[in-house]
Design a protein around this ligand. Structure first.
Ligand code: 5GP
Ligand code: ZN
Length: 117
C-alpha cells in the first residue's frame, strides 16, 4: 500500500525510532530533525512519517500531509528564529537526492544569496 514503511529506508527507521535523530518537531504525520551533516547553521529535514520516494509523490497521494509538511517547515524556521531561509526538495539522484523518502531541507542562519534560478 502507498505510504507503507520500507525496511531499507533510513528515514523510515528514524520515524520508527530505530535510528536516533535530534528531533525538533513532531506531529501525527510529520517529523522534523536536524541534518547529520549540516550545510548551514540551521539545517533541519522535515519528512512525512509515511514513505513516499519524493515530495511530489507525497503531494499526489497525500495532499494534506504535503501541506502539513510545508506548514511544519515554516514552524521550524520560526522556532529557529529565521526570517530568511531556503526550502529545498532534491528530487532524483541527478538532482542530488540521496535518501528516497520525501523530505524538505530547511536551511538558514547564514546569507544564502547565491542563485540557481
Ligand atoms: P538529500 O540528499 O536526499 O536531499 O538529503 C538527505 C539528507 O539526509 C542529507 O543532507 C544528509 O546529510 C542527511 N542524512 C543522511 N543520513 C542521515 C542520518 O542518519 N541522520 C540525519 N539526521 N540526517 C542524515
Ligand atoms: Zn521511508
Amino acid at each position: 500500500m502507498a505510504g507503507e514503511p520500507q525496511p531499507d529506508c533510513l528515514f523510515c527507521k528514524i520515524v520508527a525510532g530505530g535510528i536516533p535523530a535530534t528531533v525538533v518537531r513532531r506531529t501525527e504525520r510529520v517529523l522534523a530533525f536536524r541534518d547529520i551533516a549540516p550545510k548551514a547553521p540551521v539545517h533541519v529535514l522535515v519528512i512525512p512519517h509515511a514513505h513516499y520516494p519524493n515530495a511530489a509523490a507525497l503531494a499526489a497521494e497525500e495532499p494534506e500531509t504535503a501541506g502539513e509538511l510545508l506548514a511544519e517547515a515554516g514552524r521550524v524556521a520560526a522556532d529557529e528564529g529565521l526570517e530568511d531561509y531556503r526550502l529545498i526538495f532534491n528530487t532524483g539522484a541527478g538532482a542530488g537526492q540521496t535518501v528516497f523518502h520525501a523530505h524538505v531541507h530547511v536551511l538558514g542562519g547564514k546569507p544564502m544569496t547565491e542563485r540557481m534560478v
